[in-house]
Ligand binder design. Sequence first.
Ligand code: FES
Length: 117
Amino acid sequence: MSAWIEIGKIEDIPLRGARVLKTGNGDIAVFRSVDNRIFALQDQCPHRGGPLSQGLVHDWRVTCPLHGFVIELASGAAVEPDEGCAERYQVRIKGGVISLFLEAGLEKKARREKVTA
Ligand code: FES
């Protein structure tokens, strides 16, 4: 069953940084922009699978640490001229607590996890 899953607090993620949520079916990178917006993408660059959670967060984008693709945090899409898209997850914030909307299968293990470095 798909569900909203609480994964931690905004303060658990550094400004212009990211943490990883392990789901048992691939990791999810959870980003915090400098203006305290939270975004969640599959932790896999659409180029060759680099870990986006280890990339450089700037404005509302992240630069992949492997070959420099720039990815829009809101959509997961690569900025032109590059192509491809990382899967995006819906984010909800209530009282400073972050929840992600996860599909069936992903949410089971994620229920037991919190965002980690
Ligand atoms: S794997 Fe991300 S730019 Fe190549």
